[in-house]
Design a protein around this ligand. Structure first.
Ligand code: HEM
Length: 481
């Protein structure tokens, strides 16, 4: 008799479990017409697929995480779990368009908790609110009139940088130099700091931050995450010192209200007439220095790498830049007009950004349940858009691994497919600034040298920006005068 009850009891348990599943789980996650969740797997508890996601980058192939799953699930949206969060990866131009055009409607910016820990805001708000404030502030500082003024400043810094770091050297390591270049420019333009030893002192702790931000967030001595938190505090303290001094200098008329973004931040109030605190300003400048210098230095490094590998592309850039160089009087600085003439060089830089995008993608948070492509996307999930999903897709860019700057001639790539700077309302506000500093860098490097790679097949590591594993050592061959 008892034996008879066992299957009955099992059936009862199954039915109750199913009803609970449909009542609580399905109603929460699948409300748009009970559509299925995207295909995919969520990996290990808590860690999810974070290790696979990060380790494909460490091995130099971040696109592998995406393309393996796209092939496996035959869907341009797949489910995963990243950095402790249930997530879906949205791939391809249509997905990019959907995410970028639904900013603040269906999705909003989201950064992993590790980012909030590395950059705890003095105002105790989240990185999300801080990003909104930054968005309002930046246009003043990155608007075309301001940018035009930076061309000459960037040219001056580039000249000093190449004289001290590259000239009279047989061999240099490009990545550390490119970092020094973009950081020097940022220090000058944001803070009016340009004395090389002061710049070097600020740069030192920065190196630990980038790799710690998108890492497994284990805050124990020696982990990348732990050193990023420590370094961010060191820099913030240094910035606070600079800010206090600037306040004094402004009061005594020794500094100008328009000289850089620091003065601008100190003297601009919000719509309620409130000024930012010193801590708040330090956080904002830290964010700009991080967002601005590591990305652009990775781009400059890959320009040198590709030009070393592709002599005919080098020749094209050299020809264009020398025409500009020859048109200048001795000592005359580059101008906005010169930058507009660097069309081929910019196409080359775009092809570099396609093949080695400094940011691989970014996250969004789902604000409300919605359905996309027949799948249900639950509120609270994190969505990830990936630059490589279009940049390395042969349907969008035929022969995707071929370096071909002509892809950017005429109308260029289809909308939402070339996205090194993102898109929609959150598109990188530093895009034009980055264009200027990359082009000024190209002008100086090709005008002075030809070069060859010391390690022909140097490995690339993506953590989170792509960098050659040994820093790209190159042998320099100065042009004859
Ligand atoms: C080659 C250089 C650069 C690349 C490839 C790059 C790429 C990006 C991308 C893809 C995003 C959007 C992330 C998203 O969708 O959430 C972004 C946002 C941002 N970038 Fe850049 N960036 C570069 C240079 C710069 C520079 C020079 C600055 C500052 C002067 C800057 C400041 C920012 C800021 C503040 C944001 C956040 C905007 C927001 O959340 O609304 N970036 N960048």
């Amino acid at each position: 008799m008892q034996l008879f009850y066992v299957p009955l009891l099992s059936l009862f348990v199954l039915l109750v479990s199913l009803s609970f599943y449909f009542l609580f789980y399905k109603s929460k996650s699948g409300s748009p017409g009970a559509l299925p969740l995207p295909p995919g797997k969520t990996g290990w508890p808590v860690i999810g697929e974070s290790f696979e996601f990060l380790s494909t980058g460490w091995k130099g192939h971040p696109e592998k995480f995406i393309f393996d799953r796209l092939a496996k699930y035959s869907s341009n949206v797949f489910r995963t779990s990243l950095l402790g969060q249930p997530a879906a990866v949205f791939c391809g131009a249509a997905c990019n368009k959907f995410l970028f055009s639904n900013e603040n409607k269906l999705v909003q910016a989201w950064w992993p908790d590790s980012v909030n820990k590395v950059f705890p805001s003095s105002t105790q708000t989240s990185s999300k609110e801080e990003a909104i404030k930054m968005r309002k502030l930046l246009p003043n500082f990155l608007k075309p009139e301001a940018l035009q003024r930076y061309v000459g400043i960037m040219d001056q810094i580039a000249k000093k940088h190449f004289e001290s770091g590259w000239e009279n050297k047989k061999e240099v390591s490009v990545f550390p130099l490119a970092k020094n270049y973009t950081f020097w420019i940022a220090c000058k333009v944001f803070l009016s700091v340009e004395e090389p030893t002061q710049v070097a002192k600020l740069l030192e702790p920065f190196n630990a931050i980038a790799s710690g931000i998108i890492s497994v967030p284990i805050d124990l001595p020696g982990t990348p995450f732990n050193s990023a938190i420590k370094s961010s505090k060191i820099i913030r303290d240094k910035l606070l010192g600079i800010i206090k001094q600037r306040k004094i200098d402004l009061g005594e008329g020794k500094a100008s209200p328009t000289q850089d973004i620091l003065s601008h931040m100190l003297l601009t109030s919000d719509e309620n007439g409130k000024f930012m605190t010193e801590g708040d300003i330090a956080d904002k400048i830290l964010g700009l220095l991080i967002g601005g210098h590591d990305t652009a230095s990775s781009a400059c490094t890959f320009v040198v790498k590709f030009l070393a590998e592709l002599p005919e592309i080098y020749e094209g850039v050299y020809k264009e830049q020398m025409e500009i160089a020859k048109s200048k009087k001795p000592g005359e600085l580059l101008s906005w007009e010169d930058i507009q003439k660097m069309k081929y060089s910019w196409n080359v830089a775009c092809e570099v950004l396609r093949l080695a995008p400094p940011l691989q993608g970014a996250f969004r948070e789902v604000l409300t349940d919605f359905s996309y492509n027949g799948f249900s996307i639950p509120k609270g999930w994190k969505l990830y858009w990936s630059a490589n999903s279009t940049h390395r897709n042969s349907e969008v860019f035929p022969e995707p691994l071929k370096f071909d700057p002509s892809r950017f001639e005429g109308a260029g790539p289809p909308p939402y497919s070339f996205v090194p700077f993102g898109g929609g309302p959150r598109m990188c506000p530093g895009k034009e600034y980055a264009r200027l500093e990359i082009l000024v860098f190209m002008y100086h490097v090709v005008k002075r040298f030809k070069w060859e790679k010391v390690i022909p097949d140097e490995k690339i590591v993506v953590n989170p920006m792509p960098i050659p594993a040994s820093g790209l050592p190159v042998r320099l061959f100065p042009h004859k005068a």
